[in-house]
Write a protein that binds this ligand. Structure first.
Ligand code: TRP
Length: 335
């Protein structure tokens, strides 16, 4: 029987951070042998809030592919490709646009939070938000379905996008019925660490907020970032209420992810430890964890990454056209 299909994507706006690593990259690794696997470099999506800085997007295309390969994905098993090189995704986005209301887009919690965060670009009250940015979940539905994915390994911030994708597909099948459905209904695959917040305690770890640890960070950068990470007014680890001490709990989740433990077990092991000793230990352990990844990353040449993406493009373009001919037929526009 044919393998089921996994697809996910990364926006090339900077190197990937440990939120990506523990939220999605490690799940990709788990899935890659069992599934026909795709990782898309989401340059079109990255342009929705960087349209005036295309050079920033361009610079980071190879960075995100390097991060993925460095953590252990095998380009012979996982197909990497660039979103803008598959015009069928843009075509499918246009057809899907008819199936989503503007009100639904405005209510998407992840998009709402991003608009609120990007006041310079989209205005204090989001009054200058663009059609392209508000609509990126539609384009993401097209990313996911262009290869007819069954599973999407993501962090929890992406759940509204998967839900939106499912609604679009259900609507598509209702309005354009065919004997066998064109698409499977994709499921999100969440890891045990589906969300890591910023080191400053803000809701999101992100490059733009300058509160992230990158997969490629040096030992010195890691140590300094953890040393200055927010905790709370206490001084030693006691029983923690995760809802009250959110930044400290976040560090413990990172610790637990490295040691493949449940956060509640990690906290038992760490009882009584001074915050400063815990931070030292976390910095050392995280560095040990990332060191082999960093080493591998430094051996990846741009020419090789380019080859990986060229190989991926050839494979995906065939699959994408196959999907579009099914879509055009279902929509009765297969002239
Ligand atoms: N929105 C995702 C992010 O911000 C990136 C992405 C684009 C994606 N297309 C996708 C993720 C398709 C999963 C599936 O990280």
């Amino acid at each position: 029987m044919a393998k089921e299909i996994s697809l996910t994507g990364d926006r090339p706006t900077g190197p990937l951070h440990i939120g990506h690593l523990f939220g999605s990259l490690l799940s990709r690794k788990e899935l890659e042998s069992e599934y026909e696997s795709y990782v898309m470099v989401a340059d079109v999506q990255a342009l929705t809030d960087n349209f005036d800085h295309p050079e920033k997007v361009r610079e980071n295309v190879y960075e995100v592919v390097a991060d993925n390969i460095a953590i252990g994905l095998d380009p012979k098993k996982t197909t990497f490709f660039i979103q803008s090189q598959i015009p069928q995704i843009a075509e499918l986005t246009v057809f899907y646009s008819n199936l989503v209301t503007i009100n639904t887009l405005k209510r998407n919690p992840t998009v709402k939070a991003e608009i609120a965060e990007k006041k310079d670009l989209f205005g204090k009250e989001g009054e200058s938000v663009t059609y392209g940015f508000l609509g990126y979940p539609i384009s993401q539905a097209a990313d996911i379905t262009i290869v007819r994915s069954n599973i999407v390994p993501v962090g929890s911030d992406q759940l509204p996008m998967i839900e939106q994708t499912r609604e679009i597909i259900e609507r598509f099948h209702r309005i354009y019925p065919t004997k066998t459905n064109v698409f499977p209904l994709p499921e999100a695959k969440l890891s045990d660490t589906p969300k890591i917040i910023g080191l400053d305690g803000s809701a999101k770890m992100s490059k733009s907020l300058n509160n992230a640890i990158y997969i490629k960070d040096t030992p010195e950068e890691i140590a300094e970032k953890i040393r200055t990470a927010k905790t709370d007014s206490g001084s030693a680890i006691g029983p923690i209420n995760p809802n009250e001490s959110i930044p400290l709990w976040n560090l413990i989740r990172i610790y637990a992810a490295i040691h493949k433990q449940k956060p509640t077990d990690a906290i038992n092991d760490l009882q009584g430890m001074k915050y400063s000793s815990f931070k030292n230990k976390l910095a050392i352990d995280l560095n040990n964890y990332l060191a082999p990844i960093r080493d591998k990353r430094s051996t990846l040449k741009q020419a090789y990454l380019k080859e990986v993406l060229e190989y991926g493009l050839k494979k995906v373009i065939v699959k994408a056209e196959e999907t579009m001919s099914l879509v055009r037929k279902a929509m009765n526009i297969d002239y």
